[in-house]
Design a protein around this ligand. Structure first.
Ligand SMILES: O=C(O)[C@@H](CO)OP(=O)(O)O
Ligand SMILES: [Mg+2]
Length: 427
């Protein structure tokens, strides 16, 4: 009874006020799956293509009517009658219909909406929560949240060159406790920023966007907020950064425009190593730019045994790019974003390839999000042990944290909180 009987897409609004695709997949037994598609701002060059209309008279050219039409007029016909339980077949049907390597024909936003809604519909038909339908009986590991409390880069209009400064409550006893700890630090930070005369307006992912210039200034504020809240930096709560360096790697140098400094790849690596020495930073995402493979290799050899180095733009959740990186000694971890690759099947294949190679996996949101909480379930389903889904002040972000609180409650005694081991932390 898990045969797909109806597929409908529509244009909805995301957390930045931009249009995005939402898809309903209905099965013959009446089960409904609904999924909304996220969207990035600092995107990797090799991500699957998000189809936008380019018509300046609607949504300043950002409309997704073409992607919605692709679902309603082409994908719906192709997948109606297929078994929603056969996720791989549904996803393969769409990628074949698309016919390109980048999903630029139908749009990765169109394809992903159908892919995720199909899984959700099948889960509903089986009366299973999504995390258990996808992950099976062993899906009971709650991820360490990486909570983004200071925003910069492409996600805010302050001068900070680095995009994200996060806290990860590795010492919590449960996910709910991790959320409480994060929320407490968030409010302490708010007070101390205000006391120092800074704005406490927030950026795209809900972290504060104060007028700071250097990573050191941001890290000082965050470490102090952790301490003032009563937690031990590095033990109870560790720090995570996403400098999103592809955004400021130009002509072979790292161009810190906010700070007013240009660093060669070697100087930039020295700088990151210094930050790791001076602050309890356990994980850095995109420390090197997507095109700076040499820099990536050198940094991995230099810092990889004491810091999680997570590839976002460099891998784009793409199994082929990941395998090349594994072969070349790039990174020791991968950020996984469903819309970078465009189907659930390919996402899961990338997670499996990473785990087989001993790479850690961080499930991630995009800077443009909706109330959809699929990634919370996927973090538990894959047992990856880490999720990055923004701050504690916007519903598009808290929706994921709250879903994980519910999952933990539902699992009861079976739930385990990933804790410090999830980041590959041995020290
Ligand atoms: O760089 C990132 O990791 C993401 C999410 O935080 O940002 P965006 O969705 O803008 O690519
Ligand atoms: Mg990133």
């Amino acid at each position: 009874m898990t045969v797909i009987s109806r597929v409908v897409a529509r244009e909805i609004i995301d957390s930045r006020g931009n249009p995005t695709v939402e898809v309903d997949v209905e099965l013959r037994d009446g089960s409904l799956g609904r999924a909304a598609v996220p969207s990035g701002a600092s995107t990797g060059a090799r991500e699957a293509v998000e189809l936008r209309d380019g018509d300046p008279t609607r949504f300043h050219g950002k409309g997704v009517r073409r992607a919605v039409d692709a679902v309603n007029e082409r994908i719906a016909d192709a997948v109606t009658g297929l078994d929603a339980e056969d996720q791989a077949a549904v996803d393969a049907t769409m990628t074949e219909l698309d016919g390109t390597d980048t999903k630029s024909n139908l749009g990765a936003n169109a394809i992903l909406g159908v892919s995720l809604a199909t899984a959700k519909a099948a889960a509903t038909a089986h009366r299973l929560p999504l995390y258990r339908y996808v992950g099976g009986v062993d899906a009971r590991l709650l991820p360490v949240p990486m909570m983004n409390i200071v925003n910069g880069g492409a996600h805010a209009d302050n001068p900070l060159d680095f995009q994200e400064f996060m806290i990860a409550p590795i010492g919590a006893g449960s996910f709910a406790e991790a959320v409480r700890m994060g929320s407490e630090v968030f409010h302490t930070l708010r007070r101390s920023l205000l006391a120092a005369g800074h704005s406490v307006n927030v950026g795209d992912e809900g972290g504060f966007a104060p007028d700071l210039r250097t990573a050191e200034e941001a890290l000082e504020f965050v470490v102090r907020a952790v301490e003032e809240t009563g937690y031990k930096p590095g033990t109870d709560i560790t720090l995570v950064m996403d400098p999103a360096t592809s955004e400021f790697f130009r002509d072979g140098v790292y161009d810190y425009t906010g700070e007013g400094v240009r660093r060669t790849p070697a100087e930039h690596a020295d700088y990151l190593a210094e930050l790791v020495d001076r602050y309890p930073v356990a994980s850095i995402e995109d420390p090197m730019a997507e095109d700076d493979h040499e820099g990536w290799r050198d940094l991995t050899a230099r810092l990889g045994d004491r810091c999680q180095l997570t590839g976002d733009d460099v891998f784009c959740t793409n199994e082929t790019l990941l395998r090349a990186g594994i072969r070349d000694g790039i990174a020791n971890s991968i950020l996984v974003k469903v819309n970078q690759i465009g189907t659930l099947t390919e996402t899961l294949a990338t997670v499996t390839a990473a785990h087989r190679a001993g790479y850690t996996v961080v499930m991630s949101h995009r800077s443009g999000e909706t109330e959809d909480t699929t990634i919370a379930d996927l973090a538990v389903a894959t047992g990856c042990g880490q999720i990055k889904t923004g701050s504690l002040s916007r519903s598009d972000r808290t929706a994921k944290y709250n879903q994980l609180v519910r999952i933990e409650e539902e699992l009861g005694d079976r739930a385990r909180y990933a804790g410090r081991e999830a980041l590959g932390l041995r020290r």
